[in-house]
Write a protein that binds this ligand. Structure first.
Ligand SMILES: [Fe+2]
Ligand SMILES: [Fe+2]
Length: 241
């Protein structure tokens, strides 16, 4: 059997730029510093809880990652209604982010199964994080988007470490789940490594979009990062039999 890999263009897209965990928004002012400090605190918690169980880490953290886009879309939608103004495309962008993160979750759930304790953590984390992020977005949407930008910086780092685990043989490079092959339009014999590359490219894109939103809200959009390319996704996310 021919060992097909991603088309060169796709692979270049996934490896390019986003492979640099060094992409970092330098915090400016209290809002940014708060966002970075909060992110680093959660990083320490995640590192302590999951250590190198990257599959399990991905499942639990993706249940959290899919929250901010929907909260941001909801509150931006309501604000646009109240102020009777255009959203400049923000609402669909944020809803797309939420859906994309949910597809990350559905992909990793096909690779690993959470323990009962992780399921409990997911329930509690969603209750606390949804309410907390909703409150933060109401108080300072700029800080909320900066928090997501920093979360996504950490996600890129985590998926880079996951790739290293796969490349060094500590995590098996199993076949890609069908849902991932469909969603990222991958070849039929794509592997987990190909999927993680695509997920990491998605995270890098969210990182730059959210840092950009935060900078726009703070009036410093002039120095925002160039946006990392977004991999192509299936238009219809549900697979048909
Ligand atoms: Fe994600
Ligand atoms: Fe993400």
């Amino acid at each position: 059997m021919v060992n097909r890999i991603l088309a060169p263009d796709d692979r270049a897209l996934a490896e390019e730029k986003v492979a640099e965990p060094a992409v970092h928004h330098v915090p400016r002012g209290f809002s940014d510093k708060f966002a970075l400090g909060f992110t680093k605190l959660l990083r320490v918690c995640a590192d302590t809880f999951f250590a190198k169980k990257y599959g399990h880490r991905a499942i639990v953290l993706e249940t959290v990652a899919a929250v901010p886009g929907m909260v941001g879309a909801t509150l931006t939608h309501l604000r646009c209604l109240r102020q009777m103004k255009d959203d400049d495309g923000w609402i669909r962008t944020l809803m797309e982010e939420a859906e994309n993160e949910r597809m990350h979750l559905m992909t990793f759930i096909a690779v690993a199964q959470p323990t009962w304790f992780e399921r409990l953590v997911i329930q509690l984390a969603q209750a606390v994080f949804y309410i907390g992020f909703f409150g933060l977005y109401l108080i300072s949407s700029r800080t909320a988007h900066r928090v997501v930008g920093y979360f996504e910086e950490e996600a890129v780092i985590s998926y880079t470490l996951y790739l290293k685990e796969i490349d060094e043989g500590r995590s098996p490079n199993v076949p890609a789940p069908d849902i991932a092959i469909h969603y990222w339009k991958l070849p039929a014999d794509a592997t987990l490594r190909d999927v993680v590359l695509m997920v990491r490219a998605d995270e890098a894109h969210h990182r730059d979009v959210n840092h950009g939103f935060a900078s726009t809200l703070s009036g410093t959009a002039i120095d925002q990062l160039p946006v990392a390319p977004y991999p192509p996704h299936a238009n219809e996310i549900r697979m048909h039999a």
